[in-house]
Design a protein around this ligand. Structure first.
Ligand code: SF4
Length: 361
């Protein structure tokens, strides 16, 4: 079959937030023009919500809205992968697993769906996933596909290197796509720091997260996310709190929270999840238990399409305020203790002096 697909549409939702640098490098190397849907707006959400049943979680409504956006842009081929499992028995939720089926059933419009499957539990590897993707756009040349996989990893690894050095998500993404590597060398110290446990598709979509990261930074809070934690550190952290990795996005949630919980680098943890999400409710419950044991403050913010910004900010400000008061009280106690220690040291010195001069009775 001759390649006829010259453009591929990628919805700016779900796996885009974890894998887009790879997708971009891979499809560009295959010679395709990559077309992204526009950034999420309320219109995207409303459009997606029209097609799916009302109790579907927000990220799936958003995803559907992005597919519609690509169709409005005239995309004839859209990449909608079915990511079943990312490791042996490390699964995605049923909605992400069945994404092609959901879209096929709710959007009744003619377009080519590029729908590779990744299922490591069933021995369908990431290489197989890439081969399926290339074959679906009419490319069968093994060398070309091999080169595209390596180009995909090159862009992805640059992105990862930048985020792990502290470069923000959007800056790292922009630079990786341009083939530019920048690193953050100065780490600004702020009065408070928090770690956010959340799916990338909730946290880095500014409309879904209601700009959570920017709001915290405006409050002078340093923010750590899963992008600052290496895969190995997240896996070790899950292990260190005695939990197991079951969900595909567990490293972004349990792994990130456990990492910052055990290294005591943050003053609090924020869990951000979509209303009605089963996997997230289990992971947040697990982490809440460990936070309670360790005395680490945690707030759970849930979001849906009706979440109002005012209430969201109020809860956030109250949490930050509480962290600040807690930190102040710890610092005050520590400084009292230091003064006390200094007094004790002085007394010991005086006593030692008296012993040396023979004046102690
Ligand atoms: S993991 Fe939760 S938020 Fe994500 S798609 Fe599944 S149900 Fe929705």
């Amino acid at each position: 079959m001759k390649s006829e697909i010259k453009k591929i549409g990628i919805p700016r939702a779900i796996s885009y937030y974890n894998n887009y640098p790879f997708y971009y490098g891979f499809f560009s190397s295959l010679g395709l023009e990559v077309v992204l849907s526009d950034k999420t707006t309320t219109k995207t959400i409303n459009e997606g919500a029209k097609y799916v049943v009302s109790d579907t979680c927000l990220p799936i409504k958003v995803y559907t809205g992005h597919v519609m956006n690509l169709l409005h842009k005239g995309c004839e081929a859209i990449f909608i992968p079915s990511i079943q499992s990312t490791g042996y028995k490390i699964n995605n939720c049923s909605k992400i697993r069945g994404l092609p089926e959901i879209i096929r059933n709710v959007i009744n419009k003619p377009f080519i769906m590029v729908e590779p499957t990744l299922d490591k539990t069933e021995n369908i590897s990431f290489k197989d996933f890439c081969i399926q993707s290339a074959n679906s756009v009419g490319i069968f040349d093994k060398d070309k596909i091999k080169q595209a996989i390596s180009d995909g990893w090159r862009v992805y690894n640059m992105f990862l290197e930048m985020t792990q050095s502290g470069v923000s998500y959007s800056e790292a993404l922009d630079n990786a796509i341009k083939g530019k590597l920048v690193k953050k060398t100065i780490d600004i110290v702020k009065p408070l720091s928090v770690a956010i446990m959340a799916h990338g598709y909730n946290l880095f979509d500014d409309r879904i997260s209601l700009n959570l990261i920017k709001k915290l930074e405006k409050m002078d809070v340093k923010v750590y996310t899963s992008l600052n934690v290496s895969r190995q550190d997240a896996i070790s952290a899950i292990d260190s709190i005695g939990e197991i990795q079951y969900w595909a996005n567990e490293l972004e949630l349990t792994g990130t929270a456990a990492h910052y919980l055990t290294n005591e680098k943050v003053d609090g943890i924020i869990a951000l999840s979509a209303f009605g999400c089963g996997p997230d409710s289990l992971m947040v419950e697990e982490i809440s238990y460990h936070c309670k044991e360790a005395g680490m403050p945690l707030i759970h913010l849930t979001i849906d399409e009706h979440t109002g910004e005012a209430g969201f900010i109020t809860r956030l400000e109250a949490f930050v305020d509480m962290l600040l008061r807690k930190k102040r009280s710890i610092l005050t106690k520590q400084s009292d203790k230091t003064e006390e220690d200094a007094n004790i040291e002085n007394t010991v010195e005086i006593k030692e002096e008296r012993i040396l001069t023979g004046s102690v009775k």
